[in-house]
Design a binder for this molecule. Structure first.
Ligand SMILES: [Zn+2]
Length: 66
C-alpha cells in the first residue's frame, strides 16, 4: 500500500517572509517529537516568541484527537 504523508512546507513562519526555513521549532508531546514551525535566519527570535504565545496558552490543558 502506498502511504501519503503530509509534508510541512519548510518556510519561515514570520508573516509574509516566506524565506526558506533554516531553523526548526519542535515540541515533545505524547512520546513523539512534533515540528511546530520553521524560521529563516533573520526571524528566529520573532517566530520563537510567536510560538510561545500560541502554545503557552495550551499548557496544562490536555487534548486528545484520536
Ligand atoms: Zn523570515
Amino acid at each position: 500500500m502506498i502511504q501519503v504523508n503530509k509534508v510541512l512546507p519548510n518556510i519561515c513562519k514570520q508573516g509574509s517572509c516566506l524565506s526558506k526555513g533554516v531553523y526548526e521549532f519542535t515540541d515533545y508531546k505524547d512520546g513523539e517529537t512534533i515540528t511546530l514551525a520553521y524560521s529563516c535566519n533573520k526571524h528566529v527570535d520573532s517566530v520563537n516568541k510567536l510560538l510561545k504565545k500560541i502554545y503557552k496558552g495550551n499548557e496544562g490543558k490536555t487534548e486528545t484527537n484520536n
